[in-house]
Design a protein around this ligand. Structure first.
Ligand SMILES: Nc1ncnc2c1ncn2[C@@H]1O[C@H](COP(=O)(O)OP(=O)(O)OP(=O)(O)O)[C@@H](O)[C@H]1O
Length: 555
């Protein structure tokens, strides 16, 4: 486990603690396999807990969940993230990790405020008009207290638990070392280093409570014109790394379904609006709340929905978003080859067997198509598809982990409100919109703009698939059959597009030329020249429209 780099004293202490907990839950073999027992002298003091382990009769996945809960917030969050990875873990582990809950202890006010008061250099009690030192809620990273600003606004203070950063940092360092070890042991296909790095990045960003405010404001901007979606306003003058201050959200907590019903709200509307909001974040904004579960929403008058807790957000590149859209359409259109191709490109490996994978995906698609739409669970469908990857020893890239997590939370929340909630139908307009946008003239213009700016004008008109092909070729994964089969098709399309592009240049020259003639001739314009120029101009415009139509048709 040491991998050559010595452990700092605080890391060794934490390693001893972690090893002790793992041993107590019956994972002594793992601790010994990792060599952690040799690293930590004090560890032998805890090994005696092994036979007395309270959960020896339990299944390993249950023991793992209990161990992670005892290990604290870093491991609980890691477990929650892994609970979405059907590509890596067997279903029993997925189910058990999905039940992971933080065991949080409330802190006394005096103990809670030491770090934030030091950072801000003020006394919180003096800074606010009224402040409730009894917590409103306690999360794994922060504790929440109600207060009133001197200007009258009702707010909550979200205060980071003091001392949590060094513990989490030590955990992250250990997880990083474990990941390197796993990679060195030949487990690279699981992408342990990528998981550890991305997980650390996301958790560190969640630890900085000012980040949550930035995320919330970014989402709020996107919903500025949607009055029934509310995001609490942030009070920046009090917000820093250790604390954020935001509007106190009133309303019925999403977790209290009986109260939602009693408040006379329309559960079907709430389910649909909540889903639409998060799907817009995912597909349109590509910046989304990664954990839209009932504990993070409040429902209010007019079937309004307030989202809180923007600590964990997901981000998608345009390309990844488009791939997800293609994947879902591939399932709908029964294009197993397309789906398998996307899965293989995500796995970034040469080891995949496209023929076997396509056959497996075909079977999956047949199963899905037999289910009535209302009974289709989008997140389960994605998990099942991802589980196909596990059988083929393929792993997903990390950004999709967040996306799957958001889908699972969202669909769970929707179905809890309305058992008939159908996420596939909710997602459909977003997907169709994107496919239309991708083929429309707006995209061609955007591609042209991007192309001109990066100096590769010709590339702008290339179909997306050709770019993908070049991408694959660049990373050395181009298979011969793709080269022969698809290359010719692409070259023909490329040829046609080049011809059109040339026409485009001629038409543009005509437009510009006729405009120059018209402008330069001014008042002395002869009838002959003016008719010639006007004909040229209208001819060019008609040609331009034809060109756009032809490109769109051949997209
Ligand atoms: N703006 C708000 N208005 C009203 N209540 C709030 C607000 N923000 C947080 N809370 C309450 O505090 C609880 C914990 O907040 P939050 O989920 O943001 O903390 P957290 O530390 O990120 O928790 P966890 O890590 O467990 O998700 C919420 O479930 C909610 O009850």
């Amino acid at each position: 486990m040491s991998a050559g780099i010595p452990f700092a004293a605080q890391d060794l202490r934490r390693l001893a603690e972690i090893s002790g907990i793992l041993i107590a839950h019956g994972f002594g073999d793992l601790v010994r396999q990792l060599g952690a027992d040799k690293l930590v002298g004090g560890i032998r003091k805890v090994t005696h807990r092994e036979p007395a382990s309270p959960d020896h009769g339990l299944a390993p996945e249950e023991r793992l969940r209990l161990a992670l809960e005892e290990l604290g917030p870093t491991f609980v969050k890691l477990g929650q993230i892994l609970s979405t990875r059907a590509d890596l873990l067997p279903s029993a582990y997925i189910a058990e990790l999905g039940r992971l809950r933080d065991k949080v202890r409330t802190l006394d006010w005096e103990d809670l405020i030491v770090e934030v008061e030091a950072e801000l250099g003020i006394s919180l009690i003096d800074a606010f008009d009224a402040l409730d030192t009894t917590p409103l809620a306690a999360g794994s990273i922060a504790q929440v207290h109600r207060a009133r600003l001197k200007t009258g606004e009702e707010v909550v203070l979200k205060i980071r638990r003091p001392g949590i950063v060094p513990v989490i940092e030590a955990d992250l360092r250990l997880i990083g070392r474990l990941a390197s070890l796993a990679e060195a042991e030949g487990l690279g296909r699981f992408r342990p280093i990528e998981i550890a790095t991305e997980f650390s990045r996301s958790l560190r960003s969640e630890l900085d409570l000012a980040n949550e405010c930035r995320n919330a404001e970014r989402v709020a901007t996107s919903f500025a014109d949607t009055p029934y979606i509310r995001i609490p306003a942030v009070y920046w003058q009090w917000s820093c790394e250790n604390m954020n201050v935001q509007d106190h959200v009133t309303g019925v907590p999403g977790s209290d379904l009986a109260a939602v019903r009693a408040a006379g709200l329309d559960l079907t509307v709430l389910a649909r609006r909540g889903a639409d909001a998060v799907l817009k974040m995912i597909f349109a904004d590509r910046f989304y709340h990664a954990d839209p579960h009932p504990g993070n929403v409040f429902y209010g008058p007019g079937n309004g929905i307030s989202f809180i807790d923007f600590g964990m957000v997901g981000q998608l590149t345009r390309q990844r978003r488009d791939e997800v859209v293609d994947l879902l359409f591939g399932v709908v259109e029964k294009r197993a080859d397309k789906v398998a191709e996307i899965l293989l490109s995500w796995a970034r490996t040469d080891d995949g067997d496209p023929v076997r994978l396509t056959a497996e995906v075909e079977r999956f698609i047949d199963r899905v198509h037999g289910v009535p739409l209302g009974q289709l669970h989008l997140s389960r469908m994605i998990s099942d598809l991802v589980a196909v990857m596990r059988e083929h020893r393929l792993a997903l890239p990390y950004d999709l982990t967040m996306l799957i997590k958001a889908f699972i939370s969202l669909e769970g929340m929707g179905r809890e409100l309305d058992p008939d909630f159908d996420m596939v139908s909710a997602a459909q307009p977003f997907l169709e919109d994107l496919v239309w946008q991708r083929s429309g003239p707006g995209t061609l213009l955007r591609r042209a703009r991007e192309g001109v700016s990066d100096g590769f004008g010709l590339m702008t008109e290339l179909p997306r698939d050709l770019r993908k092909l070049l991408d694959v070729a660049q990373t050395g994964r181009l298979k011969l059959h793709i080269e022969l089969d698809q290359g010719e098709r692409y070259l023909k399309r490329f040829d046609r597009l080049m011809a059109r592009l040339t026409m485009g240049v001629v038409i543009a020259a005509l437009i510009i030329g006729s405009s120059i003639v018209m402008a330069a001739s001014g008042n002395e314009l002869s009838i002959g020249v003016s008719v010639f120029a006007l004909l040229g101009f209208f001819g060019a415009v008609t040609g331009g429209i034809w060109l756009l139509w032809a490109i769109w048709r051949d997209r």
